[in-house]
Design a protein around this ligand. Structure first.
Ligand code: ADP
Length: 512
C-alpha cells in the first residue's frame, strides 16, 4: 500500500482512469511525472497557453516519496523547475496548482479524512464521518511571483505551519489552526452551502480513488497471500488529503498509507522548553477512527457474540463484561459495497488485472514473462493474420522495456501490471477502432473472458471425459464446448452499438 500511494504511483493509477473516464476522474489536478515526462509537460503547457492566452497557470512540484511538505515548491513556468543538467533533480510529480481554494477566515485549509479499506476482495470501504481541517497561517492570496515562496500561505501541512508564529492551538473544534471538518461543514451550512452534495462528492472521490488502486493492489496481494486458503486478512486506514475549491468541488491532493494517529501536540511552555499536551481535536477524530476500526475488523467478534448467547445467567451484582455494543455509535460509515452499483462500470481494470494474474504463472511474482504474455494472446485468440506472434513479441518487448527503464521496480524482470494495461489498451484500440477507449477496453475484456471461459469449459469437459471414459464413453470434441452466442451477449451488444460512438480522444496508445 505504501508503494501504491507514493505520489508517482498514485498519479499514474489515477491518470490511467482519467484516460478511460475523463469526466469521472476530474477530481485530480492535471499532473506530469518527472523526469520522464518533462518534455511532454513543457510541450503541453505551451500548447495549452497557445490555445488560451488568458490561462496563467501555477504549478506545484512535489518530490516522490516526500511528506510533510518536504521539498515542495511552486513555479509559474516549466523553465523554473530545478534541474540537474537538463533533467529535474529528483523524481517528482508536477501538478497544476489549484489557485482558487475555498477560504475560511481568509485562510487556505485542507481536509484530512480517514478511510478504512476493510477488505480488498470483496471490496469494503468505510469513511469516517468527521475529519480534520488543517489551516495555513498566513492569509491566502492567489500565487504571484512575489508570494510563491510563502509556505505558510500556500501549504496547509501541520508540520510546517506549527513553526509559524501565527499558529493557534485550540481545544475548541471551531477555532485555531486545526479544526474538525464537521465544524467547517456547520459553517458552510449556515452560509447556505449544499453540504449533502459536498459529502456525496467526497464519498465518490474516495471510492473512485480506491477503484484506481485496487487492480495493482490485487497483484501485490496475490503474490503475498495464497489464494483459496483462510490466510491472514489485512486492512488499512488511509488518510485522504482533500482540498475544496471555491465552488466546493473536492480535489484529491494525496493519499497517505500511514496517517499520523498522534493525539498530542507539542507546546512551547517557555522559550526552548516543549511539552507534549493532549490535543482535544485530534483525540475527538482519531480515537473514534481507531476504536471503530478495531470493532469492524475484530476477528473474534462473531465468536464472542456466540459465546454471549450461550453464557449462563448472571447474578444482579455481577458486572457486565465490556460489550462492544455499549460503545458510542460507529463513526465509520460504509460506502462500499453500499454504493457499489453506481461505480461498478468503473471497475474495468480489476478485470484486466484478473487476466494478468491468471497468466502470471509462478506464485509470488508480480511480473509477466514473455511466455505468459504469448499464452494470454493465444488463449484469448488475439493473434491473427494481421497480428502475428512476432508482432506480439515486439509489443511485449517494446512496452516492457520502456516501463522497466522508468526504474520503478528492478527486483523482478518482466511486464508489470501497468505495462500490461498499456498493451491491453493497444490491443483494444486495434480491434475496436471506432469506439471510445473505455468501450474498446470493455469489449476486449468481454472477448478475452469469453474465450477463457470456453477454454476452461473445454478443459473441464476433457478432464471429466478422462474420468468418465472408464465407466462410459464420453466424447470429448476437439473444438470444445459450443457456447451459445447469448453467453457472449455483452460483446455482441457492444459491437452492435459500435457505430453510435465517436472517438474524439487523443490516441495516447496509438504508437502501438
Ligand atoms: P506532502 O505529502 O508533502 O504533504 P501534499 O501533496 O499533501 O504533499 O502537498 C502539501 C500541501 O501542498 C498540501 O497540503 C496542500 O496545501 C498543498 N498542495 C498540494 N498540491 C496542491 C495543488 N495541486 N494545488 C494547491 N495546493 C496544493
Amino acid at each position: 500500500m505504501t508503494e501504491m500511494v507514493r505520489k508517482i504511483t498514485l498519479s499514474r493509477a489515477v491518470r490511467t482512469m482519467q484516460d478511460l473516464f475523463p469526466l469521472e476522474y476530474n477530481f485530480y489536478p492535471r499532473s506530469w511525472i518527472l523526469p520522464e515526462e518533462f518534455p511532454l509537460f513543457v510541450d503541453e503547457v505551451r500548447m495549452l497557453k497557445d490555445s488560451d492566452p488568458s490561462w496563467k497557470p501555477t504549478f506545484i512540484v512535489k518530490p516522490d516519496g516526500g511528506c510533510q511538505g518536504d521539498g515542495i515548491y511552486l513555479v509559474k513556468d516549466p523553465s523554473d523547475i530545478r534541474l540537474s543538467g537538463s533533467i529535474p533533480a529528483r523524481p517528482a510529480v508536477v501538478q497544476e496548482y489549484i489557485c482558487k481554494p475555498l477560504l475560511v477566515d481568509k485562510l487556505k485549509f485542507d481536509i484530512r479524512l480517514y478511510v478504512l479499506l476493510k477488505s480488498l476482495e470483496p471490496l469494503e470501504i468505510y469513511i469516517a464521518k468527521d475529519g480534520l481541517s488543517r489551516f495555513c497561517t498566513e492569509p491566502y492570496q492567489e500565487p504571484t511571483l512575489k508570494n510563491l515562496h510563502q509556505v505558510f500561505m500556500h501549504l496547509t501541512n501541520y508540520s510546517l505551519n506549527i513553526h509559524s508564529g501565527n499558529f493557534i492551538h485550540s481545544d475548541d473544534a471551531n477555532t485555531g489552526s486545526k479544526r474538525t471538518f464537521s465544524s467547517i461543514l456547520c459553517r458552510l451550512s449556515s452560509r447556505g452551502a449544499d453540504v449533502k452534495k459536498l459529502w456525496s462528492d467526497i464519498i465518490s472521490l474516495v471510492i473512485k480513488t480506491i477503484i484506481a488502486l485496487t487492480p495493482e493492489l490485487k497483484v501485490y496481494y496475490q503474490s503475498d497471500i495464497p489464494a483459496g486458503k483462510p490466510g491472514p486478512t489485512c486492512f488499512q486506514i488511509l488518510g485522504f488529503d482533500i482540498l475544496l475549491m471555491k465552488n466546493l468541488k473536492p480535489m484529491l491532493l494525496e493519499v497517505n498509507a500511514n496517517p499520523s494517529m498522534r493525539i498530542e501536540h507539542e507546546q512551547e511552555l517557555s522559550p526552548g522548553v516543549f511539552e507534549n499536551v493532549p490535543s482535544a481535536v485530534d483525540e475527538e477524530v482519531k480515537v473514534a477512527v481507531i476504536r471503530d476500526t478495531l470493532r469492524l475488523v475484530d476477528p473474534h467478534k462473531k465468536k464472542r457474540r456466540d459465546v454471549q448467547c450461550q453464557a449462563p445467567e448472571r447474578g444482579p451484582e455481577e458486572p457486565l463484561p465490556a460489550s462492544p455494543a455499549a460503545l458510542p455509535s460507529l463513526c465509520l460509515k460504509q460506502v462500499f459495497p453500499k454504493y457499489a452499483k453506481q461505480f461498478s462500470y468503473l471497475r474495468l481494470l480489476d478485470r484486466v488485472a484478473a487476466l494478468f494474474i491468471r497468466f502470471l504463472g509462478v506464485k509470488g511474482t508480480t511480473k509477466l514473462g514473455p511466455t505468459g504474455f504469448r499464452t494470454f494472446i493465444r488463449n484469448c485468440k488475439l493473434s491473427n493474420s494481421n497480428f502475428s506472434m512476432a508482432s506480439v513479441d515486439i509489443l511485449y518487448i517494446d512496452i516492457t522495456r520502456r516501463w522497466n527503464s522508468m526504474g520503478i521496480d528492478h527486483k523482478e524482470s518482466g511486464m508489470c501490471l501497468q505495462a500490461f494495461v498499456e498493451a491491453f489498451f493497444c490491443l483494444a484500440q486495434k480491434k475496436y477502432k471506432s469506439l471510445p477507449l473505455h468501450e474498446q477496453v470493455a469489449s476486449l475484456i468481454d472477448f478475452c473472458e469469453y474465450h477463457l471461459a470456453a477454454l476452461d469449459e473445454k478443459r473441464l469437459v476433457c478432464g471429466r471425459g478422462v474420468v468418465e471414459r472408464r465407466s462410459a464413453v464420453v466424447p470429448c470434441h476437439a473444438d470444445g464446448p459450443h457456447l451459445t452466442p447469448a453467453a457472449h451477449s455483452p460483446l455482441l451488444n457492444r459491437m452492435a452499438t459500435a457505430g453510435k460512438f465517436a472517438d474524439d480522444r487523443n490516441h495516447r496508445y496509438e504508437r502501438c
